[in-house]
Ligand binder design. Structure first.
Ligand SMILES: [Zn+2]
Length: 415
């Protein structure tokens, strides 16, 4: 199945489809909009707007509300008919493939999660088996929740590493050992739904631009740290992927020119060798061994439900000076990486996700100060730094946003 428009379940022509999507995107951005406003904003005739909105009303995708607008100096209210999206009219499916786990979610048209499921897989599992398991979970969620497949606009998959969005191929995921996995094809042959695939951090950036803290922002970057470190860039609502699908790979920029640790990519001294969660855990364990009476040693030895990275942040918050110093040093490196990003991209907004958001009270102030100090000619002064709107849901929300953009709100890529 190609990435054709299945918005209305029929073979509609491209111009019409383009106009329909422009209307949907306007309604998403602006909430309630009148036909007159739509015609003005989209430079379409009122007849075209009337016809297209009639079709969307008929499909139940939008509703019309009569709103009393009381203007100043007018004692009598003037009723206006405003249009708005019905978020539950259609569904999207988001799939986040992480390292050793995947999450699947069914969302509404606002990428709000309605149902979700998480499953682990071990590294001996083949990519084909993982994809088969994902398909099984999708089928299960649809069946269990009585979701009519006709109302599902498509599936978005956020995968780790290098992803060719146009071909739907996970070109390289070093942490999983995956090479040239045709995720889109493997899923579409078994699911009667269109599928699109992109890098998972890029998908998170898109979710912020459409539904999160990045709404209305022209240029934004999402910087994510967990098992690896990466970034996603969105320019005027469009994901910037680069010429070879590699834009935003800041985790593999060299920070330590000589003597740095070896990275999973094969180089040494990459940013990722300083800032990823496994590295922080290893360093915290070293500190615990060196200072056996410290808070970090005590926390790491405790057998509770907290993850190791949570224990590390808790030790710093509760006064462990060694772990505080470590986090401060590493946050400085993050600040340098952000300053480099600012110099290349000059974004309005940078959003931190993953462990950078989880420990943002400790990490962000240091990283922000360094970014503002190190960026060129005051560029660092104007950029805004925020944490993700979606917490642990960033991955699946991003994947759903990818499906919603590809199959519902946008017609073509312009960058
Ligand atoms: Zn690397």
């Amino acid at each position: 199945m190609s990435q054709s428009n299945n918005l209305l379940g029929s073979n509609i022509n491209l111009v019409k489809s383009h106009n329909l999507r422009a209307i949907l995107l306007s309604l998403l951005h602006d909430g309630q909009v009148s036909r007159v406003e739509l015609a003005e904003k989209l430079s379409l005739s009122s007849t075209t707007i009337t016809n297209l909105t009639a079709e969307l009303l008929d499909q139940g995708i939008i509703v019309e509300e009569h709103i009393e607008i009381t203007e100043k100096r007018r004692s009598v209210g003037r009723p206006r008919r405003m249009l708005q999206l019905v978020p539950s009219a259609r569904f999207a499916i988001g799939v986040h493939i992480g390292v050793g786990l995947f999450r699947v979610a069914v969302t509404n048209l606002f990428a709000e999660i309605l149902f979700s499921k998480i499953e682990n897989f071990d590294f001996s599992t083949s990519p084909e088996e993982v994809i088969a398991a994902i398909i099984g979970v999708i089928e299960h969620l649809l069946k269990e929740n009585n979701i009519d497949r006709e109302r599902v606009i498509g599936v978005g998959v956020g995968a780790s590493g290098l992803v060719n969005y146009k071909k739907g191929i996970n070109v390289l995921a070093p942490r999983l050992g995956w090479e040239n996995v045709p995720i889109q094809h493997l899923m579409e042959v078994h699911l009667d739904l269109p599928v699109c695939v992109d890098n998972n951090v890029r998908a998170m950036a898109l979710a912020e631009a459409l539904f999160g803290v990045g709404r209305g922002v022209g240029i934004l970057a999402f910087v994510y740290g967990r098992i690896g470190v990466g970034s996603g860039i969105v320019v005027n609502g469009h994901v910037f992927r680069g010429s070879g699908a590699g834009a935003g790979e800041i985790g593999h920029t060299t920070i330590i020119p000589r003597g740095g640790d070896t990275c999973t990519c094969g180089n040494t001294g990459c940013l990722e060798t300083l800032l990823s969660e496994p590295i922080w855990i290893r360093e915290a364990e070293n500190l615990a061994e060196e200072y056996p009476n410290s808070l970090i040693a005590a926390y790491l030895n405790e057998n509770d439900e907290r993850s190791t990275i949570e224990k590390i942040f808790a030790a710093a918050r509760n006064g462990d000076e060694h772990i505080q110093q470590f986090i401060e040093d590493r946050s400085c490196y993050l600040g340098i990486a952000l300053a480099n990003l600012v110099n290349v991209l000059n974004p309005e907004l940078i959003i931190l996700g993953g462990m950078f958001a989880q420990g943002s009270d400790l990490i962000a102030p240091i990283a922000e100060a360094k970014m503002r100090e190190a960026a060129f000619a005051g560029l660092g002064q104007t950029v805004q730094l925020e944490t993700t709107s979606f917490g642990w849901r960033a991955g699946i929300t991003g994947a759903a946003a990818l499906a919603l953009t590809t199959f519902f709100y946008q017609q073509t890529e312009t960058i």
